[in-house]
Write a protein that binds this ligand. Structure first.
Ligand code: NAI
Length: 333
């Protein structure tokens, strides 16, 4: 039976990379019935969000989506459609595997770490106000419910993927109540998974440790803000945001996305690199239980990068999107 998946190609280079990824997925033989939709609507809702209700309905129906980037105005303007989609669908877990791709210039080799970030609360709850002119307050919200569910997600994911060790990252020495509750909730869950080694590390030390010796880490479990910062830091260890995949996962739906933006400077020119969305689609195949196809694409991608003949300009190659896509498809065989 075919998997039904919502496709939101996105904007800028989104449609180019989404089409490349769909061609590669088709070449694996996995049957996917795509329902293609735009993520944005021109009608603003009461909250000023421009997220398309039909896209939300489609993801709720199909439970899985592959999404390209969408533009967001900086400082003012409409809220981010990307964030609105994640919030509306309650995609509380952000998953970011970070692994070297052969041939991609990076400062480290042998990095293979997965960051699991709580996606719904912490300082990103959006609860800010001006106390008096010149003084603002942003509220950091940590709940036992959200901390427990992200911990359950991280431990279950680690178990499913054969990972051995989880580090909870925190600053509970200073934020004793909020980060303290985050840790307390995780410790309770950790007891249910004795096969996985559980460790804790203060966030500033974790930042130093990951640039000194990234190979010591297996899975990092982080609240929203530290997770945001450390997941880009970790991507930088292996060559940047163009070579890592990402997923936002909830109990009822999962959205697999590229972490880069719409790249307006190169949109429509035919040399966008589909690697990030392709890595996200590998996570999607794992999520759909299509492990064989996921590993085939992983191996094909590594082959194309190792050979270095058909790679795109952003990673120092010469190829356009089509040539790269064809090379990955050829390497699948
Ligand atoms: P960007 O990631 O779009 O571009 C930064 C640089 O990286 C540009 O030089 C671009 O050409 C290059 N680049 C990005 N992806 C590439 C790819 N796949 N292949 C080759 N080169 C690539 O970041 P920027 O310029 O800050 O943001 C542009 C727009 O994208 C903004 O409106 C921003 O809000 C949005 N954005 C959307 C995201 C999402 O939908 N998840 C994430 C990040 C930004």
């Amino acid at each position: 039976m075919a998997h039904k998946v919502t496709s939101i190609p996105g904007e800028g280079i989104g449609p180019e990379v989404a089409s490349a990824v769909r061609r590669i997925l088709a070449a694996t033989g996995v049957k996917i019935e795509w329902e293609e939709l735009e993520g944005r609507t021109d009608k603003s809702t009461e909250k000023g969000q421009l997220v398309s209700q039909s896209a939300v309905d489609s993801v709720r129906r199909n439970h899985v989506a592959l999404k390209g980037p969408m533009a967001t105005a900086i400082a003012g303007g409409a809220p981010s459609v990307n964030v609105a989609l994640r919030k509306t669908l309650d995609l509380y877990a952000n998953l970011r595997p970070v692994k070297n791709l052969p041939g991609v210039k990076s400062r480290f080799e042998g990095v293979d770490v997965v960051l699991v970030r709580e996606n719904t609360e912490d300082l990103y709850s959006g609860l800010e106000h001006e106390v008096v002119p010149g003084v603002v307050e942003s509220l950091k919200i940590i709940t036992e419910r959200a901390s427990t569910r992200i911990a359950k997600f991280a431990f279950s994911y680690a178990k499913k993927m054969g990972r051995k060790k989880i580090h909870a990252i925190h600053k509970a020495n200073i934020m004793k109540l909020s980060d303290g509750l985050f840790l307390k909730s995780i410790r309770t869950v950790a007891k249910e998974f004795p096969e996985i080694e559980y460790l804790e590390m203060i966030v500033d030390n974790a930042c130093m440790q990951i640039v000194l010796n990234p190979q010591q880490f297996d899975v990092l479990l982080l609240p929203n803000l530290y997770g945001d910062v450390m997941s880009d830091l970790a991507a930088g260890l292996v060559g940047g945001l163009g070579v890592v995949g990402s997923a936002n996962i909830g109990d009822d739906a999962a959205m697999f996305e590229a972490v880069h933006g719409t790249a307006p400077d190169i949109a429509g020119k035919g040399f966008a690199n589909p690697t990030a969305l392709l890595l996200s689609s590998i996570l999607m195949l794992d999520h759909l239980g299509e492990r064989g196809a996921a590993r085939s694409i992983e191996t094909a991608l590594e082959k194309v990068y190792r050979e270095g003949v058909h790679t795109t300009r952003d990673v120092g190659g010469q190829a356009g999107t089509d040539e790269f896509t064809e090379a990955v498809i050829a390497a699948l065989k």
